[in-house]
Design a protein around this ligand. Sequence first.
Ligand code: ADP
Ligand code: MG
Length: 296
Amino acid sequence: ATPLALIRGGGIAATRGILIRSGEAFQVLKDITYVVLDKTGTLTEGKPRLVKIIPLNGFDREEALSLSAAAEEHSEHPLAKAIAAGAREEGIVGAEARDFHSVTGGGVSASVDGARVLVGTARHLSAEGVDTETAEAALQEQEARAHTAVVLAVDGRPAAVLTLADTLKADACEAVSAIKRQGATPLLVTGDNRLTAEAIARQAGIDTVHAEILPQDKAGIVRDLQAKGARVAMVGDGINDAPALTQADVGIAIGAGTDIAIESSDVVLIGARVSAVGEAIGIGAISYRKTVQNLW
Ligand code: ADP
Ligand code: MG
């Protein structure tokens, strides 16, 4: 394409809130065959709310919330903030937590009032020696509703399942159909559990889901697609998406996301709108047409 076409393409992109940081990105955008989308904060609003607490094994609901909030107090994770906010709303003052520890993509642990408290995925808790059997039924029931559910364990025993609801972005379905219209295949990749991920994918119109993917393995999914000859765009907002954004042929960051995601990307979507992904691919294609008039 002529530099003029790129400049015009860039101009159109800018009016749609799409910042394309290199001429190279334009060229690659038009050949994209797969678009890997992160779930939380990309397809969903990324602002989970605590909607339900299911006490287990004779634990008290308020006590479960208080212990969870205490353990989550030092975590920056959106789920942690939602749990802390949920406790505050009920006027519950979290107890003092000591020996706080967090495992990315897994959960947190702390010592609260002398008890060992863990909050996180069933998989993470199992790895920490908790038998999560008594939490399974409640977990599955919540996850089938597209909710994210985490388990609270106290001294090695499940004490509650906490349900967090995040809403699909208003333009998520439009984003997915726009990607398909551009001839690319959308794919959902998330650290969240399989049932929740599948329910969200169904709502958005995505057929292929990779769930329970640890942050360090998101880039591996992109690499595997590339090894099969795919040209891959990755769309994400979080710290845990940064390696995959870098690995992708085109990294596309949600502008409302973290700085590290933006720094790792070739394209930035200003604001939270995700449907601009399809438009970015379209603008890439248009910029390479000989008849530049078509742009207008
Ligand atoms: P995503 O890929 O959706 O952005 P993450 O990789 O950040 O998700 O987290 C994956 C899962 O790990 C979460 O859905 C949650 O179950 C669990 N998790 C991570 N951090 C925490 C935390 N601070 N408290 C409880 N659970 C957590
Ligand atoms: Mg995210």
